[in-house]
Ligand binder design. Structure first.
Ligand SMILES: [Zn+2]
Length: 414
């Protein structure tokens, strides 16, 4: 979608928001915007103020429980979800029937791009807590009229049995959990690659499926094509991987997306992703700073879509970059180095401070009968890729934690 069409849709949303949404009405009039058609060009749009997560959080704290970013009376809303609250208090987010259907539509775009049809059978492997991602994936699968298995509260063993006995073809979960399920299957004597007919896996919540080493590992264990997806509770399901699987498209039919230099806030090929959603009038975000660090591909995608492509999906959270001895390192970069070693089954990384220096320690579980070889090889791979000396330690099997949702493999103790 070109910017003119995007702005037409944005005007429609603004017409309603400027009337009845206290939060944005205040914010936009403070910025001198009183009517939708005052935003006519890209540069007008770029003058609009950013929205930040801190701002939304403090708005909900001062106007509990939902804040003032509401365009309609409460009885218009049908769904309530919340963020994990790993950084600060959880954000509550409401959807109307219309905006919830819009979420479903965004997921159908993801399914279409991966060649998934109503003949597929879905397992959305997730505990179905308050996090929006998988509920919305479920809603999209229902819109597609595909058979979807309920599995909240299942153990990993129960999920594997359900995948096999119901001929599931599509599995949606975090990349961490895809590998965990494969590990549990192996312990049960099941080879998911041979014994299941899963052909597509879709992953969200972590960068994994855009990291070549992790993607390859998932595809080998499952015998399926692994697709990356990215989105956020406050924003929507904006990331779409197409069949050439060469990066993640921004869904520019449903979102206005900018990539801004993290120091100057000016348009750049690399930096923070800033998004306005176009289909969530009831509780929208306008120029929202996602905190996601991304890199645009310079060339259009071979699939023919005009939507721009992010080279490696979401590379990391801007505030999660580990600065060690002056180097800015994203956890995903380290993961991609470690998981290139097929004998590594689990790992953990911690940064800590000695009296004089920052240190980076990597713990690994490995199947190599000579584990020190792997430790030495990882030490030199990290040094070659990042110019960084890391301390790599071998730990015993099963001693590192396993995860069902997002992993917590990186800790900064400084
Ligand atoms: Zn494409």
């Amino acid at each position: 979608m070109d910017i003119t069409t995007q702005l037409t849709r944005f005007h429609k949303m603004l017409a309603q928001v400027l009337k009845t949404n206290t939060f944005y009405k205040q914010k936009l009039t403070d910025a001198g915007i009183n009517l939708p058609n005052e935003i006519q060009t890209v540069s007008d749009y770029q003058q609009l103020p950013f929205t930040t997560k801190d701002e939304l959080s403090s708005n909900q704290v001062s106007h509990p429980p939902y804040g003032t970013n509401l365009t309609f009376p409460l009885e218009h809303y049908t769904c309530l979800h919340q963020t994990s609250g790993t950084t600060g208090s959880p954000l509550r987010w409401l959807d109307t029937k219309e905006s919830w259907d819009w979420w479903g539509k965004c997921w159908r775009d993801i399914y279409d791009a991966a060649g998934i049809t109503s003949a597929d059978r879905f397992m959305i492997a997730f505990s179905f807590g308050p996090f929006i991602g998988f509920w919305s994936a479920y809603h999209g699968a229902q819109q597609l009229s595909a058979l979807t298995l309920a599995n909240g509260g299942f153990t990993s063993e129960q999920r594997i049995r359900a995948i096999l006995s119901n001929d599931v073809t599509v599995v949606i979960c975090t990349p961490t959990y895809a590998l965990r399920l494969a590990e549990v299957a192996e312990q049960e004597g099941i080879d998911l690659n041979k014994d299941s007919i899963v052909r597509v896996t879709i992953h969200a919540g972590e960068p994994g499926a855009s990291l070549p080493a992790t993607k390859q590992r998932i595809e080998e264990r499952w015998g399926a094509h692994a697709y990356d997806h990215a989105g956020a509770t406050e924003v929507g399901a904006w990331g779409v991987m197409c069949r050439p699987q060469a990066g993640v498209h921004l869904n520019e039919d449903e979102f206005i997306c900018e990539v801004l230099d993290t120091e100057t806030d000016t348009p750049s090929d690399e930096g923070e992703l800033v998004i306005t959603n176009l289909g969530r009038v009831g509780m929208p975000v306008i120029r929202y700073r996602t905190g996601d660090y991304v890199k645009l591909k310079p060339t259009p995608c071979e699939c023919g879509s005009q939507h721009r492509v992010l080279d490696s999906g979401v590379i990391g959270r801007i505030d999660n970059a580990i600065i060690i001895r002056g180097l800015n390192v994203y956890p995903a970069t380290i993961e991609n180095i470690i998981l290139k070693f097929p004998d590594v089954i689990e790992f953990a990384v911690r940064a800590y401070k000695t009296e004089t220096l920052d240190e980076l320690e990597v713990q690994i579980e490995t199947t190599n009968p000579n584990p020190t070889d792997t430790a030495l090889a990882i030490t030199s791979a990290i040094r070659d890729a990042l110019g960084l000396r890391a301390i790599v330690k071998v730990v015993s099997h099963g001693s590192l934690p396993r995860y069902e949702l997002k992993s917590k493999r990186f800790t900064d103790e400084r």
